[in-house]
Design a protein around this ligand. Sequence first.
Ligand code: CA
Length: 616
Amino acid sequence: MRPLVILLTFLILSLNLPAQENQELRIEPPFWWTGFNHTELQLLVHGKAISATSVHIRYPGVELVSVDTVPNPNYLFINMKISPETQPGSFPIRFMKEKAVVAEVRYELLRRKDPSNRFQGFDASDVIYLLMPDRFANGDTLNDNLPGMRQLADRSNPDGRHGGDIRGITDHLDYIMDLGVTALWINPLLENNQEIYSYHGYSATDYYLIDPRFGTNEDYLELSDNIHQRGMKLIMDMVFNHCGSFHWWMEDLPSPDWINQWPEFTRSSYRGGTVSDPYATPSDSIKFVKGWFDKTMPDLNQHNPFLKNYLIQNSLWWIEYASLDGIRQDTHPYPVKDMMAEWGKRVLDEYPDFNIVGECWLAYPPAVAYWQKDAGDRDGYNSNIPSVFDFPLYDALKVAFNEAEGWSSGIVRLYDVLSQDFVYPDPSNLVIFADNHDINRYLDTQEDDIRKLKMAMAFILTTRGIPQLYYGTELLMTTGEDKGHGSIRKDVMGGWPSDPRNTFSIEGRTPEEQDMYTYLRTILRWRQNTPVIHTGRLRHFIPQDGVYVYFRFNETDTVMVVMNNNEEETVLETGRFSEFLNPGTTGTEIISGVSIYPLRNLVIPGKTAMIIELSQ
Ligand code: CA
């Protein structure tokens, strides 16, 4: 079913009206639910000259509060109130002109879903697996090219569509679960009917429709069910800052201020700090917020109250419809920040356990902390967004293992960034990562040195925060010669029927790939059942001679992590750590499974991390 476009049969009751049978009348949200705390609902109605009609609704518990018109006569906004005792069901919405019904549509109110096993949020007990749906696996080659889609599949073009889809993800859920991750962040799946670069998903052309080349809305529901049946969680990628230049409303905007328009194309400065900078000139923050992210990405104006409602309701619709557990918000500082704060509050009011992670791509901890809920920002701002990505830690991780050790270089960079956690209201709710779909794969930033990749993975899987892995890291996928975005987002070998080998299976992997897969799987599966890593305290020691040591601990358990950033093997004398180690302490290194006793002089190979579970 295509739920967004409701086909109407116009009831022609007046000879004065032209016959318009089966004209498409778009109503969004296409349906809603009873039982939300927030009882107001605003419907966007799009149809030719619809503003000239009067609206009539009769359903117990549903009150038609008002109808708003906007400069474009092809739009109406219906303001309804759904009282708490309203029963699920459907009712007609009648559009009348001169005492005649000119259009009628049935609107459905569904019963809200049982929250158990849904809307769970995500936290430091989770590990997020990020995948790009066009590049993960092609489970249905019949949907690669579809009529009406502007861009055809072309796997030879690194920036083209390759054909991956929801079926491909569903087919490999056992692979993902077996690896030991617990949550899926899938790059946007909404329709991106653009002429170029449509594969990446950040140019939505319909906010209520899964791109048919990925599958249907029902396929997404089925994927969500399959994820939840496996005890995993689903995080949806959302974009409020911009839509695609071929979005359906671009040809018929409700009002000129629906998007931010400039006399000539004006690009955002991408300087996210300007909206928190106490010294910023307003002209800089305006250009950052109202400038366009790209020529093909019209900048939405969240000051417009109808658009604001539209976006908030759209996110609630997807949470309830697809039983989401979390949202990743793209370019989080770019939209109007007060609107984003209201959005965060509305989501958490309805789904108290939910989590939202904002992409706040900023270099310094205070700039990132500004965007985390309850940060106590001096300008009075509260984002209401529980989680943000830890870009400062990523910046440190990218260089820490490549540099010579020095006062402020080398592995001390990790220590230094973490030492600034006092600026965050909740450091454990930061999403930490070594790479993602926008930056070079970690291995590529480390001269393809697998030892460094393993250190990075051991680090993000044991320090504070919510780890996020990028698909294919477990298979040693690299960026290769081509450094463009397309090469960061390569296809998984074996995801396409014509691939020469299938890296999703042990038989299809090289020994090196299998070694990396096993390394990650071992830590991930151990981490799942080690609560001290999820909620335990972190204490770290100043790195000495290129060796960084930290502990995760609670009342019953202690884990010691040792990272040797030297090329050479190092013998670590452990006397400094006597607050955690006593003469009888023994340890088990969880990657190798080797027992260690005594823990007095630890031998650590060069460029290696050891994760040691302690027993007193
Ligand atoms: Ca396909």
